[in-house]
Every structure is written in structure tokens, then in C-alpha cells.
Design a protein around this ligand. Structure first.
Ligand code: DGY
Length: 323
């Protein structure tokens, strides 16, 4: 039997690449160079499956082909707002993602960021590495206590729930939730969480706000200047979701004029290009999109793609079908 042809758009963990090479007629991206829209169009005309990830902009231009050989985009990652849904539907493609296996590690990074910004860990490390530390003193780099504070979670899917679990059971935090659809009472009860009806209702009540909603057009600039103004003047904003969820211009204003306590970002609008003004904000912690960056999560994500592909090519419904 001829093996389906599969294109992997970036470097993946070695164990997963080896399995892909065994099961499929796989073309790997050993140079790990991001592909251009023209290369994507060519790929969609040539391969049975394309395996993209968050760094691949599969917009209408990149998917503008008269007909596609590709019948499945098996995405490596949970977010898929980089894939143009109407184009995928128009070309009759199935799209899958990799939920669950990265939820814990992404929540770990959100908690890391929360702690770092509250306790001024980034500032402290910068000071120490620059050779500017003059020693312990009672008033040095005073941060904010985390335990017992109120955390607002926007988007109560798997990652949001893992974040709540860490914050509530680890740090005794009170949890407020905003989610588009109602959350089952037993799910809220696990962290004694309270669901509110609007983002506007949540923001003024929280000491920390962590974003766990999907990206894409629907949530673009969900956190804008007006909503940043609704936050307490000493509250902190954490984003491990997608860069476009925050209006970065408005955030830079809020941080520069100390209108909120601080922010911590793992994702950026237009990453890896970073708005230069963000770099000037001392009350900001930044990581280079590390949410799922553990060996365990990245391998599990790859094997989840393999499961989805295997179902698809056997004529079964892949478990993680999103389109
Ligand atoms: C995802 O899965 O969407 C992440 O952002 C990539 O780690």
C-alpha cells in the first residue's frame, strides 16, 4: 500500500519525527525554516497531509489554491487561529489540533509568570546580572503577596481550569471565571470558582487576571484600553493565550503610566517581532512563547498528531477534529 505523503512544517521532537518517517512518506523540515505563503500553496497542491503549527500563517493568501491534494491539516498545538477556517472548509479539509497534553505545562508557565511579575523576579535578575545588587535591605524590590488573592480567569477551558487548580489549591486564591458558555457547577466547584457574566464584571474584582481564551478575530483586542482601565490600579495581567487578545499599544500606555501593577506575557501580537516600547517597561515580564515547551508536552503533542493522522487515513473521525 502506498503510504500517504505528509509534510511537517517545522522541526519536531526526534522520537515523533522517527515515527512519522516510519508510518508515512514524510518530508521533514530539517532546517526548521518557516515556510512562505507560496511554499504553502505548493505544499497544499502536493501532499496528502500538511502538519503546521502556530508559526505558520495559513491565511486566505497561503491557502488560495484552486484545488488541494491536502485533505488534512493536522496542527501541532491546541490553538489554530493561524489557519483560515473558511479557506479550509472551502477546500474540504479536515483540521485537527492537540488539546489536553499541553494543558498542565501551559498552566505551569502562566503560574510562573504570575509569580514572577508579582515578586519582581525579572527585575531582580536583571539587577543582579548587571552587577547592580548592593545587598539585602528592607525596602528592596518590594513585590505583591500572591497567596489568598483573587485571580480572574478569562476562558475556562482545559488550560484555564489547570491554572485555577494551581492558584486555588496551591496558593489559596479565590477564583473568578469569565467564559463564553456556562461552566458546569461541578467543574466550578473543584476550585470553588464563581462564574461571572461579562469580562467587564470580572476585571474590577481581581488582583490578577490570566487569559486562557482562544485567539483569532473574535477575541482580537478583547483587553483594550477601556478594559485595562477597569482593572484595579495594582492588578496584574497574564497572557499565555494569544498575543492578539491584548491591544499592546493600550497595554504599553497602562504599564508606562503605572495604571496597573504589571503584566506578564508569553505571547505577542506579530511574534517573534516585539513592540520596542514593551522592552522599556520594567513592570513587565516576557517569555518567548514557552507555554508548552517541555520535552514531555512537545512529544505528547507530536504523538497526538500521529493519532489524528492515523484515524484520518483509516477513514475514522479523528478525536481532535476542530474543522
Ligand atoms: C498552542 O498549542 O497553541 C501553543 O500556543 C503552542 O505551544
Amino acid at each position: 500500500m502506498v503510504k500517504p505523503s505528509v509534510l511537517v512544517t517545522r522541526r519536531w521532537p526526534a522520537a515523533v519525527e522517527a515515527q512519522l518517517a516510519e508510518n508515512y512518506n514524510a518530508v521533514l523540515n530539517t532546517g526548521d525554516k518557516p515556510m512562505s505563503p507560496a511554499e504553502f500553496r505548493q505544499a497544499l497542491k502536493s501532499y496528502d497531509a500538511v502538519l503546521p503549527t502556530v508559526t505558520d500563517t495559513l491565511n486566505a493568501e497561503a491557502m488560495d489554491v484552486p484545488g488541494a491534494q491536502t485533505k488534512i491539516l493536522a496542527n501541532y498545538g491546541v490553538g489554530y487561529s493561524h489557519i483560515c477556517e473558511p479557506s479550509a472548509r472551502g477546500l474540504g479539509m479536515t483540521v485537527t489540533n492537540t488539546p489536553d497534553v499541553l494543558s498542565e505545562c501551559t498552566a505551569d508557565i502562566a503560574m510562573t509568570l504570575l509569580l514572577m511579575v508579582a515578586r519582581r523576579a525579572g527585575e531582580g535578575e536583571r539587577e543582579l546580572r548587571a552587577g547592580n545588587w548592593t545587598g539585602w535591605r528592607p525596602t528592596h524590590l518590594i513585590g505583591t503577596k500572591v497567596s489568598g488573592k483573587t485571580l480572574g480567569i478569562i476562558g475556562y477551558g482545559r488550560i484555564g481550569q489547570e491554572m485555577a487548580r494551581r492558584a486555588h489549591h496551591g496558593f489559596g486564591m479565590d477564583i473568578l471565571v469569565y467564559n463564553r458558555s456556562p461552566i458546569a457547577p461541578d467543574v466550578l466547584a473543584k476550585c470553588n470558582a464563581t462564574q461571572v457574566d461579562t469580562v467587564d464584571e470580572l476585571l474590577p474584582q481581581c488582583d490578577f487576571v490570566s487569559l486562557h481564551c482562544p485567539g483569532g478575530a473574535a477575541n482580537r483586542h478583547l483587553i483594550n484600553a477601556r478594559r485595562l482601565d477597569l482593572m484595579k490600579p495594582d492588578a496584574f495581567l497574564i497572557n499565555t493565550a494569544r498575543g492578539e487578545v491584548i491591544d499592546e499599544r493600550a497595554l504599553i500606555q497602562s504599564l508606562s503610566f503605572d495604571m496597573i501593577g504589571g503584566a506578564a506575557l508569553d505571547v505577542f501580537d506579530g511574534e517573534p517581532c516585539i513592540a520596542q516600547d514593551l522592552l522599556q517597561c520594567d513592570n513587565l515580564v516576557m517569555l518567548p512563547h514557552l507555554g508548552s515547551a517541555t520535552r514531555e508536552a512537545r512529544e505528547a503533542m507530536g504523538f497526538r498528531v500521529l493519532d489524528n493522522l492515523s484515524d484520518f487515513f483509516q477513514g475514522l473521525e479523528p478525536r481532535d477534529r476542530v474543522i
